[in-house]
Design a protein around this ligand. Sequence first.
Ligand code: C2O
Length: 553
Amino acid sequence: VPIILLFLIVKNLTISRLCERRVITAVNGSLPGPTLKVSEGDTVVIHVINDSPYNITIHWHGIFQKRSAWADGPNMITQCPIVPGNKYVYKFNVTEQEGTLWWHAHASSLRATVYGALVIRPRNASYPFPKPYREVPILLGEWWNANVVDVETQAFLSGGSLSNVSDAFTINGRPGHLYKCSKNHAYELEVVAGETYLLRIINSAVNNQLFFKIASHSFTVVAVDASYTKPYDTDVVVIAPGQTVDALMTADAPPSSYYMAARAYASAGLDGPPFDNTTTTAIVRYANSSNRPLRPSMPSMPAFDDTRTAHRFYTNLTGLLRPETPAVPLHVDERMFVAFGLGVSPCEPSQVMCNRSRGAITASMNNVSFQFPASISLLEAHYNGLDDGAVYTSDFPDNPPVMFDFTDAKLNTDPTLTALLYTEKGTRVKKVKYGATVEVVLQNTAMIGAENHPLHLHGFNFFVLAQGFGNYNNATAARDSYNLVDPQVRNTIAVPLRGWAVIRFVANNPGVWIMHCHLEQHLPLGLAMAFEVEDGTTPESVLPPPPSDFPTC
Ligand code: C2O
């Protein structure tokens, strides 16, 4: 087995953006950090060295971590943080997955600047589509002028009432020509006329779904979240934080220069927090083109609330059927209905700027606002058999406490629903047997503010069986509409505002796996839960002991 050895050094970096010099936390001195390139079947050994002033962990977003849960990375879920001056060696196998994933910090808001692409090539470059001329990571991000850790601390102290709107979107770390002092530093992709490029598009933005387009060019989507799709032709890509899209783009326009651009998709009927409504750009420039316009042409972007375009993109994707593609399991062992969204809780004493009469904004799943443990990670507690309630309880509810019209924001004034508006806090996990098939109806709610929430599951890919608008329980014969033949396979699903999605996965990976909203501001608010997958009976289904350098608290 080939072993790939990598070093990631997390350190403060002074960088100029939007006319100012700022200190950020970055990896190997660059923003974004390095692209990690591996092949399916490799064993990866990554030394993460923390030379920054912050506690840090790194998550390998979308990597299954089969029997290597200790390397998954979410802070206080699978490990305690790597403290300043320390290091941790993440070691895992990359098997049965290929395509585009990414890595990012999974402690406080540091992923705003601590992130990079993780590319898994097929063995022997055996792509299920014509081999591209070149592969290009396109990382969409968000830039803050303020220190992101301070922004998060302020939001917590105020009980979530401070808006935290970024100052720019970025493409490969650069804002592009529409922002001040950025015109001459845009990312530039040089293309050869007639050649086909595989764009490995990653939404590493912190809190925003995005539309992505390139003027005068179209795409063929061939994979999402490192799962192959049936080729899908489109001129716009819709991508939520945490998701990836592999898109082929042929340089078939008249040789010249063109802008690629990304802007927020905030969904129709939005009644959530303000968001950054600006547009980031980069340049696609044809090599040897004498025809260089002073102003490349801009793609016409969808309106920020173009839900129809977003929904069309999301629902038109299907999985590519290959002999090695796992079939959708038809027998379900565990059925859950998880309603999630924002709510309120009494201010914590430490939330000194919190409005006591209104309370603090929290977020919950089935009315449980997830609390991160303070002194031991869930995985370590699970491994040591501490599931007696001292650290967590294995009683995450399979259903919300009451069913109601989840799409009606006005209901949050209905006193009978205070039980849902006022979220309970707890560290409750759902315990499942090794190998069980789990189906989850994910129902977005509009209790306080209505937004799309991209939900990410660690440790597994899931089949997306159906998605729709309204209340799932009112969806006519929703079960008859399930795609059990060739559903798209993902690790992150953008559940639409006032809508739902149904996912199914096989719990074939021992450990503790968080499922959470990938809008960064919703994670500390508690929009998370975790699956505890027990060991199986065969040696291959047992979680091995932690590595010797495992960070403890
Ligand atoms: Cu990409 Cu739990 O995160």
